[in-house]
Ligand binder design. Structure first.
Ligand SMILES: [Fe+2]
Length: 322
């Protein structure tokens, strides 16, 4: 059995961390060294699963919808519990994150899986808050696309198979703005704006807690013209460059680039529930998941490749709120 968790306020109450690492400049240094960075949606719409993302060179994508193109780039530093870049182990096994996850979920077993960084150049705030993409026993990042998992989470039809995931987001940003807003008492209630973006973190129930990134940089600065979903961000030892097909569209000094580090761990009440999850007790299969959706929608979809399915699920159970 998975662990049944009550969320009377819509989500568990996040835990703040005042000091994430001893040497925050080192994290920024690692970010400068480990480019280039890719737009996150490039993995999703190229048909690659999140698991494929670990090879860190996504396919070139043609004709991406424009709403997926924005000045935020991602790099995977650890995946499936394995380090992908040097010096990421201390973040993957961060004791403060692990302890906060234990406190948040009242659980004994925390299995850190992912560390990734997001880098944003000056931009407007996100118009939507979102919850993160969840995973389920039997349906996960390996066999289902993000929009399907998102709908599974938002529908609440699969709580029997849900895997609890703790997320820490840490910031290493000295520049203007780039605040983090989150709704710890439900999306309809008051939100909190986290403003200290240097070496702090919030560990939360981000598969249930809505959150968004506010404006980054000065009000009159936006991304350059001419970006596509294949536009990359990298540092040349002197400055950050936004590069499209070999051409630099814009360069920024370090203070204009907001860096966040995300950490995700699966959490289990105890060893027994961890073992049960490994043995796929209470698993749901992709076809069972499809059947549950069909029952709820009065539809008869048979394949994840049916384009109408994505539209139907996303329309009814989006993880985004304007
Ligand atoms: Fe998120």
């Amino acid at each position: 059995m998975t662990t049944k968790i009550d969320r009377p306020l819509g989500c568990l109450q996040p835990v703040s961390i005042e000091q994430v690492v001893e040497d925050p400049e080192e994290v920024r240094d690692n970010a400068r060294k480990n480019g280039p960075y890719f737009m996150p949606a490039r993995y999703l719409i190229s048909g690659e699963t999140a698991a494929d993302a670990k090879n860190r060179t996504p396919r070139v994508v043609k004709d991406a919808p424009s709403y997926l193109i924005g000045p935020t780039w991602r790099g995977d530093w650890a995946f499936d519990g394995k380090d992908l870049v040097e010096d990421s182990a201390s973040l993957l096994h961060h004791e403060g994150f692990i302890q906060a996850a234990k406190d948040l979920f009242h659980c004994d077993v925390v299995v850190p899986e992912q560390v990734y960084v997001n880098l944003s150049t000056p931009m407007n705030g996100h118009p939507f808050s979102h919850v993160d993409i969840p995973e389920f026993i039997g349906v996960n990042r390996r066999n289902a696309p993000g929009w399907f998992l998102q709908a599974m989470g938002s529908s609440r039809l699969f709580e029997d198979a849900r895997i609890s995931i703790a997320t820490a987001v840490a910031w290493f940003h000295h520049g203007e703005r780039g605040f983090f807003r989150y709704w710890p008492h439900g999306r309809g209630a008051e939100s909190i704006r986290h403003e200290d973006m240097w070496n702090t973190a919030v560990v939360g129930d981000n598969d249930f807690m809505h959150h968004l990134v506010e404006r980054v940089g000065p009000r009159d600065m936006g991304p350059p013209e001419g970006m596509s979903i294949n536009t990359e961000l990298s540092h040349d030892g002197d400055k950050w460059n936004i590069v499209e097909a070999g051409e630099t569209l814009m360069s920024y000094s370090d203070e204009y680039v907001r860096l966040s580090v995300s950490w995700k761990a699966k959490v289990y009440a105890d060893q027994r529930s961890f073992d049960d999850a490994q043995n796929e007790l209470s698993a749901v299969s992709v076809s069972e998941a499809l059947q549950r959706f069909n029952d709820e929608l009065g539809e008869s979809f048979v394949s994840l490749d049916d384009e109408r399915l994505q539209a139907a699920l996303t329309q009814r159970w989006s993880g985004y709120v304007a």
